[in-house]
Ligand binder design. Structure first.
Ligand code: PEP
Length: 228
């Protein structure tokens, strides 16, 4: 089971080192953190398994503000998120750019967590499967690819999908693309067990609750218990 912590725009190098000193992953779970770019080196040097929060589709070039897969590999970074809903919502990320980022990162030897998920109004209109189909259709199967199903209405809101909603969406994603699927959206120690117990939930992408080593550690221990 994979438990990934998306730190978003939190934690510089000093806070990253303090987190690493206080955190230990239990046996049987792969715990990954996704710090901001400037804290990647501190995270790697602290012994954490590290993914970046984004990666570009070229090795180098005139792309101000972007970082490439070879640069991440040189640092010892193991993988990258692509297509997080905050990137799609605030920074113009499209299905096409997500696909390019994912394909290039995988070809360059990084692992990838590709994020998908519907908006609240899309769910209310019964369009969840259409949205997931569109977002997944641009991705190619690969042994180092994982999908994170993150209903946008559940990210950072304190609202989570019910275990049944998560299971239904995960089974649907897997019917389109045969890869492990993480659940993301306000996962906390209090709700991790019921979500991670679903048969098609292969782990979690955790935002807010991954910033604290105790709560992230609790989620990892719950995951270890479920799959042991
Ligand atoms: C995320 O950032 O991917 C996320 C799921 O955030 P949160 O757990 O805070 O909802």
């Amino acid at each position: 089971m994979l438990i990934a912590g998306n730190w978003k725009m939190f934690k510089g190098s000093a806070e990253t080192r303090a987190f690493a000193a206080a955190f230990s992953a239990p046996e049987g779970v792969e715990a990954v953190v996704c710090p901001p770019f400037v804290s990647l080196a501190a995270a790697v040097e602290s012994g954490l398994t590290v993914f970046a929060q984004n990666v570009h589709w070229e090795d180098e070039g005139a792309y101000t503000g972007e970082v490439s897969a070879p640069m991440l590999r040189e640092l010892g970074v193991a993988g990258a998120l692509v297509g997080h809903s905050e990137r799609r919502q605030y920074f113009g990320e499209s299905d096409e750019t997500v696909a390019r980022r994912a394909a290039h990162a995988l070809a360059a030897g990084l692992r990838v967590i590709a994020c998908v998920g519907e908006l609240e109004e899309e769910r209310e209109l019964g369009r969840t499967e259409d949205v997931l189909t569109r977002q997944i259709s641009v991705l190619q199967p690969h042994p180092a690819l994982v999908v994170a199903y993150e209903p946008v209405w559940a990210i950072g809101t304190g609202r989570t999908a019910t275990p049944e909603q998560a299971q239904e969406a995960h089974a649907f994603v897997k019917s389109l693309l045969d890869v492990p699927v993480l659940y993301g959206g306000s996962v906390k120690p209090e709700n991790a067990e019921e979500l991670l117990s679903q048969p098609d939930v292969d782990g979690a992408l955790v935002g807010g609750a991954s910033l604290d080593p105790d709560s992230f550690g609790s989620i990892c221990r719950i995951a270890a218990r479920i799959r042991s």
